[in-house]
Ligand binder design. Structure first.
Ligand SMILES: CC(C)(COP(=O)(O)OP(=O)(O)OC[C@H]1O[C@@H](n2cnc3c(N)ncnc32)[C@H](O)[C@@H]1OP(=O)(O)O)[C@@H](O)C(=O)NCCC(=O)NCCS
Length: 168
């Protein structure tokens, strides 16, 4: 069974090893400020710079990390931004991503008291989009050509789920 636990500094190297190029980095991390070549130090620096961002890894029993997900509350506390969602390439397509993001939603709504959880996902990332739709996220709109990656403009969908929708 997939569970989430708090991210530990020693998890950073595994997460960095799942990102295999600049396009994969941008797809995963959006405008988090990471640069290619990506390494564990950048993840640890983000964690130090944003102590309010709650970071979790997905695990099965006491096994190695299988995925990462983070929750960043806004100041009043009723909006939580879901981000940095990734599953180890070898473990994809087996429900780990859905289980991990599902658990993160539970933390956001039940423990953090969120009213709304939102996220951004690039339009070409159809697998991730389907995952979020399956979990109940709704589309809100598109930020057109908001980032330039390797000479191509990428647009991003904004998605959100509200407390009452999640509880249904
Ligand atoms: C997006 C991502 C997190 C999904 O993780 P995942 O573990 O593969 O997700 P799931 O296994 O829950 O779902 C993926 C697919 O596997 C299918 N699946 C789920 N459980 C399954 C099972 N037991 N057997 C077979 N297939 C299964 C799902 O139906 C889904 O299919 P679909 O994409 O055709 O709809 C992963 O692909 C990833 O890390 N991508 C790179 C980073 C990224 O894009 N992050 C998102 C940024 S917004």
């Amino acid at each position: 069974m997939i569970e989430i636990r708090g991210f530990r500094p020693e998890d950073a190297a595994a997460v960095a090893s799942w990102v295999d190029g600049p396009a994969a980095l941008a797809t995963w991390s959006g405008n988090s400020g990471f640069g290619w070549p990506f390494d564990a130090g950048q993840l640890l620096a983000l964690r130090a710079a944003q102590p309010g961002r709650r970071m979790f890894v997905a695990v099965e029993g006491d096994g190695p990390p299988l995925g990462l997900v983070t929750l960043l509350p806004d100041r009043p506390g009723w909006v939580v931004r879901l981000g940095l969602v990734i599953v180890a390439p070898a473990g994809r397509g087996r429900g780990a991503g859905a289980a991990m993001v599902g658990e993160a939603l539970r933390v956001a709504f039940e423990e953090m008291g969120a009213h709304r959880v939102d996220l951004g996902v690039y339009l070409h990332n159809t697998g991730a989009t389907r995952l979020y739709e399956r979990l109940g996220f709704r589309h809100e709109g598109v930020r057109r050509e908001m980032t330039l990656v390797e000479g191509e403009w990428w647009s991003a969908a904004d998605m959100s789920i509200l407390d009452r929708e999640w509880r249904r």
